[in-house]
Design a protein around this ligand. Structure first.
Ligand SMILES: Nc1nc2c(c(=O)[nH]1)N[C@H]1C(S)=C(S)[C@@H](COP(=O)(O)OP(=O)(O)OC[C@H]3O[C@@H](n4cnc5c(=O)[nH]c(N)nc54)[C@H](O)[C@@H]3O)O[C@H]1N2
Ligand SMILES: Nc1nc2c(c(=O)[nH]1)N[C@H]1C(S)=C(S)[C@@H](COP(=O)(O)OP(=O)(O)OC[C@H]3O[C@@H](n4cnc5c(=O)[nH]c(N)nc54)[C@H](O)[C@@H]3O)O[C@H]1N2
Ligand code: SF4
Ligand SMILES: [Mo]
Length: 707
C-alpha cells in the first residue's frame, strides 16, 4: 500500500510544499501539496529531482579516498580521522591560516548545516573563509549591516499587496525568486496585475518575467545604480518623508541632486522620459516596491544598487509597510541564536585578503581572491582546503584558475555527494545522504518569505547506518581537529552537547524560545503535526523595534556607501570599453551547477547556448546554430549561437552552471550534456570593489565565428 509524505522542497528558495507517494523505500510520485497554505499546490519541474537525487547511481554513498589518482571507498572513521589529520598537519607545518574553507549555496538549504557549519568553521581557526555569498547576495548583507545593524535583516517585496512592483535584475519566472521566498510567483504576479497593479522589469534581456510584465525596460549591464540615482533625483524633487528613526535624508537628497535623468540616460540606455515616468508612477502608486536581485547584486556597483533600492523604498514611504518592502518575522529566528551558531550581526574590513587586500565581511573573504590566495607564494598562503556543498570551479569567476589552484594544494577535503568538477581535486570526499533522507526546516528562507509561515518535516527515508548527515560530518571533523590540538574540557563538552541535541533538539529549543514559543506556544512537535505547514499571516511592520543598530536608528546614508559613489561617478566620464558585454541567465530546470545529472532536467534542446541579438549577429557574421568562440581576458569557450531579439544590442548571454566536460568527474548524465562554463570567461579581477563581490554582469568579451 502506498503511503504519503509531505515536506517542503529544498531545491530553491520558494519552499514549495510537496506530496510524495512512496512504498517502502521507493518513491512513486512527487506532486504539489494542494493543502500547503503558502505554495497552494505549486511546484516546478525541479521537484522531481528530489527523487532523482535519492536514486542517482552516481551519488556517492561512502567516503572516498584518492590514492595514486584512483578513488577507493573507505570507512567513516578512517575518513574522518584522515581528514582531520591532513588538515592538522598542514596547519602545523604552515600555520592555522594555511587551511581555507569554502561553503556553497546548498548549505543554506540544509537544516543541519545551517545549525552546525559555523561551529566547524570556527574550529578551523582560519581567516581564509570563503563562501558562495560573495558570488551572490553579499552586497545586500553588507548594506543590511550598515543600514539596519544586522546582515540578516534583508527586506523582501510584499508582492501580494503591492500595486507597483519595480523589479531590477531578477527573473523569478525562471529562478522562482531569490531574497524573496514566494512560491508560485507566476500566480502572485498574475494576481498583482489582476488587482490593477503593475510589474515593471529592468533587464538587459527581455526575460520570461519581462514577458509577463506590464513594461520591460532594457538597461546597459552594470548601470542600475545610475538609474536608481536618477529615479531618486526625480522622486526627491518633492521633499521625501521618512520615519522619525531615520537619519540622513538631507545627505541623500543633496547627493541625488547631481543625477538628473539627462546625465545617466546615455550610460544606462534608459530614455529620460522613461526614468521620469517610472519615478512618477512609483510615487503615485498606493503601495510600491523596488526589488533588485542577481543582475543588480553581481555587478561592479552591487552594493550601491542594494543601498539605493532600500533608499528608494524608504524615501517614498514604502518601507516596513504593507505593499512595500518588509521584514519577515520567522518563528525560528537565526538572528537570536548565539554568535558561534549564527555568525552574528556582521562586520566589515577587520582583515584583508593577503594578495589583493580585499576586505573581510561577515568573517569571510571574497571568493574572487581564493585562487590567488592559494597560488601566490609567501607567508600565510592557503595550502589546504575544505569545500562544503560547493562547486566553486564552475560557480566562481575564472574557474580554470581555481582548477589550477586546487591541484596545487597539499591537501583537500570535500563534503559533497558527488565527484564533480571541484571535488575531483580532493584527497577525500565525505558524502552526505540526499534531501529525502533527512529532516527539513527552512531556517534561511522563512527569514526571506513574503508571508510568515512555518513548516517542518522529518526524514522520509532512513539514511541507514552507513551514512552521515552533513552536520554529523561537520561535528565529527571539528571534534577530531580540536582533539589533535589538545582539547579543552569546555570545548569537548560543547561538541558532546551539540551531538546529543542534534538538529531536532536545536530547532525545538529555538522555536520555544522564539516569538511564538513560550508556554502553550509553538514547539517542534506542534509544527511537525501541521504536515502542510502553518500560515501565520501577512508580513507586519517591525520597525524601529527590530533595528539591530547600536543607536536603534536607521542610517539612510552610511559613509562607506556614500564614499563609493565616486567610483560610479567616474564611469560617467570614461568611454565605454570595446567589445560585447556578457551577462548570465537561469533556466527553470537548472539549479546552479549541480542538477544536470537528473535525466528529466536535462532533456530537450541543449541550453548552453550564446544568445546574440540578430543585428549583432549579422555584424559578426554569425547565424543561428553556428559555433562561436567567446573570449575574455581570462579564457575562451566555443559554444553554439542562438539568435534572440530579446537581447539588448551589444549584450550576449550564457547560462551559468555548465562545463561538465572536465576529466575525472562521475556524473554520467551531466557529462553527456556538458556545455561550457561561463565562469571560464568571468574575470576574478572584475568585482564590486566595496564588497569584493564578483561582478559577473557586463564582462567584456569578443565573439567570433568558428569555421
Ligand atoms: N557566472 C555566474 N556565476 C555564478 C552565478 C551566476 O549567476 N553567474 N550564480 C552564483 C550563485 S547565485 C550561487 S548561489 C553560486 C553557487 O555556487 P556553489 O554553491 O559553489 O555551487 P553549486 O553549483 O550550487 O554547487 C553546489 C554543490 O553542493 C553539492 N550539494 C548539493 N546538496 C548538498 C548537500 O545537501 N550537502 C552537501 N555537502 N553538498 C551538497 C553539489 O553536489 C555541488 O557540488 O554560483 C554563483 N555563480
Ligand atoms: N531554475 C533555477 N532557479 C534558481 C537557480 C538556478 O540556477 N536555476 N539558482 C538559485 C539561486 S542560487 C539564486 S541566487 C537565484 C537567483 O535568482 P534571480 O536573481 O531571479 O535569477 P537570475 O536569472 O540570475 O536573474 C538575474 C537577471 O538579471 C539580469 N541582468 C544581468 N545583468 C544585469 C544588470 O546589470 N542589470 C539588470 N537590471 N539586470 C541584469 C539577467 O538578464 C537576469 O534576467 O535563483 C535561484 N533559483
Ligand atoms: S520552485 Fe523551488 S521549491 Fe518549488 S518545486 Fe521548484 S525547486 Fe522546489
Ligand atoms: Mo545564489
Amino acid at each position: 500500500m502506498p503511503s504519503v509524505h509531505y515536506r517542503a522542497c529544498n531545491l530553491c528558495e520558494a519552499m514549495c510544499g510537496v506530496r510524495i507517494e512512496y512504498e517502502g523505500t521507493k518513491v512513486l510520485s512527487i506532486r504539489g501539496d494542494d493543502e500547503d497554505p503558502f505554495s497552494r499546490g505549486h511546484i516546478c519541474p525541479k521537484a522531481t529531482a528530489l527523487q532523482a537525487l535519492y536514486e542517482d547511481p552516481d551519488r556517492l554513498r561512502q567516503p572516498m579516498r584518492k590514492r595514486d589518482g584512483k578513488w577507493e571507498p573507505i570507512s567513516w572513521d578512517t575518513a574522518l580521522d584522515e581528514a582531520a589529520k591532513g588538515l592538522h598537519t598542514v596547519q602545523q607545518r604552515h600555520g592555522t591560516n594555511s587551511v581555507g574553507v569554502y561553503l556553497g549555496n546548498p548549505n543554506v538549504h540544509n537544516t543541519g548545516s545551517l545549525l552546525m557549519a559555523a561551529l566547524f568553521v570556527r574550529a578551523l581557526k582560519t581567516k581564509h573563509r570563503y563562501s558562495a555569498t560573495s558570488v551572490d547576495q553579499l552586497p545586500h548583507m553588507l548594506v543590511a549591516y550598515w543600514m539596519f545593524g544586522h546582515q540578516l535583516m534583508l527586506p523582501v517585496p510584499d508582492v501580494d499587496r503591492t500595486q507597483y512592483f519595480l523589479m531590477l535584475g531578477a527573473n523569478p519566472i525562471a529562478s522562482n525568486g531569490s531574497l524573496m521566498t514566494a512560491p508560485d510567483i507566476k500566480g502572485r504576479i498574475d494576481a498583482l496585475r489582476k488587482r490593477g497593479g503593475k510589474l515593471v522589469v529592468i533587464d538587459p534581456r527581455r526575460t520570461e518575467t519581462a514577458e509577463r510584465a506590464d513594461e520591460h525596460v532594457f538597461i546597459t549591464p552594470g548601470t542600475d545604480a545610475l538609474l536608481l540615482l536618477a529615479l531618486l533625483h526625480e522622486v526627491l524633487k518633492t521633499p521625501g518623508r521618512v520615519a522619525s528613526y531615520v537619519d540622513g535624508l538631507e545627505v541623500v537628497s543633496a547627493l541625488v541632486k547631481q543625477y538628473p535623468p539627462e546625465r545617466v540616460t546615455a550610460a544606462t540606455g534608459v530614455p529620460v522620459e522613461t526614468i521620469q515616468r517610472i519615478a512618477k508612477d512609483f510615487v503615485s502608486a498606493k503601495a510600491a516596491v523596488a526589488y533588485g536581485r542577481m543582475g543588480t547584486s553581481v555587478q561592479a556597483y552591487g552594493s550601491l544598487c542594494a543601498w539605493l533600492i532600500n533608499v528608494l523604498n524608504l524615501v517614498t514611504g514604502n518601507f516596513d509597510r504593507a505593499g512595500g518592502s518588509m521584514f519577515p518575522s520567522p518563528v525560528f529566528d537565526p538572528r537570536t541564536l548565539p554568535k558561534v551558531l549564527s555568525g552574528g550581526r556582521g562586520s566589515y574590513g577587520r582583515w584583508k585578503s593577503r594578495v589583493r587586500g580585499l576586505p573581510e565581511s561577515g568573517g569571510e573573504l571574497p571568493v574572487a581572491t581564493l585562487a590567488e590566495d592559494i597560488l601566490t607564494p609567501g607567508e600565510g598562503r592557503v595550502r589546504a582546503m575544505v569545500t562544503i556543498a560547493g562547486n566553486p570551479v564552475l560557480s566562481t569567476p575564472n574557474g580554470r584558475q581555481l582548477d589550477t589552484a586546487f591541484d596545487d594544494l597539499e591537501f583537500m577535503v570535500a563534503i559533497d555527494p558527488y565527484l564533480n568538477e571541484t571535488t575531483r581535486h580532493a584527497n577525500l570526499i565525505l558524502p552526505p545522504p540526499s534531501p529525502l533522507e533527512r529532516e527539513h526546516y527552512d531556517i534561511a528562507f522563512h527569514l526571506l518569505s513574503v508571508r510568515n509561515t512555518t513548516r517542518y518535516a522529518k526524514a522520509l527515508f532512513d539514511k541507514g547506518p552507513n551514512a552521515r548527515h552533513d552536520w554529523e560530518i561537520l561535528l565529527g571533523l571539528g571534534k577530531r581537529l580540536e582533539a589533535l590540538r589538545g582539547f579543552s574540557l569546555q570545548r569537548s563538552l560543547t561538541w558532546a552537547a551539540l551531538e546529543k541535541l542534534g538538529v531536532e533538539g536545536m530547532l525545538d529549543l529555538g522555536l520555544r524560545l522564539g516569538p511564538r514559543g513560550g508556554l502553550g506556544g509553538l514547539s517542534l512537535k506542534k509544527v511537525q503535526k501541521a504536515v502542510h505547514g502553518i500560515d501565520l499571516g501577512p508580513l507586519e511592520p517591525v520597525l524601529p523595534g527590530s533595528l539591530h543598530t547600536k543607536n536603534k536608528r536607521l542610517d539612510l546614508a552610511p559613509k562607506e556607501l556614500l564614499a563609493d559613489v565616486a567610483r560610479l561617478e567616474a564611469t560617467l566620464n570614461t568611454p565605454r570599453a570595446p567589445g560585447l558585454m556578457l551577462i548570465n541567465r537561469r533556466h527553470l530546470r537548472d539549479c546552479n551547477s549541480w542538477l544536470h545529472n537528473a535525466p528529466k532536467l536535462v532533456s530537450g534542446a541543449p541550453r548552453c547556448t550564446l544568445l546574440v541579438h540578430p543585428e549583432d549577429a549579422s555584424e559578426l557574421g554569425l547565424s543561428a546554430g553556428d559555433k562561436a568562440r567567446v573570449k575574455s581576458r581570462v579564457g575562451e569557450v566555443v559554444v553554439p549561437v542562438e539568435l534572440s531579439a530579446a537581447m539588448m544590442r551589444g549584450v550576449v548571454s550564457l547560462p551559468h552552471g555548465y562545463g561538465h566536460g572536465r576529466d575525472g568527474i562521475k556524473l554520467q548524465v551531466a557529462a553527456a550534456h556538458a556545455g561550457e562554463s561561463v565562469n571560464d570567461l568571468t574575470d576574478e579581477l572584475v568585482i564590486d570593489a566595496l564588497s569584493g563581490n564578483a561582478a559577473f554582469s557586463g564582462v567584456r568579451v569578443e565573439v567570433e565565428r568558428v569555421a
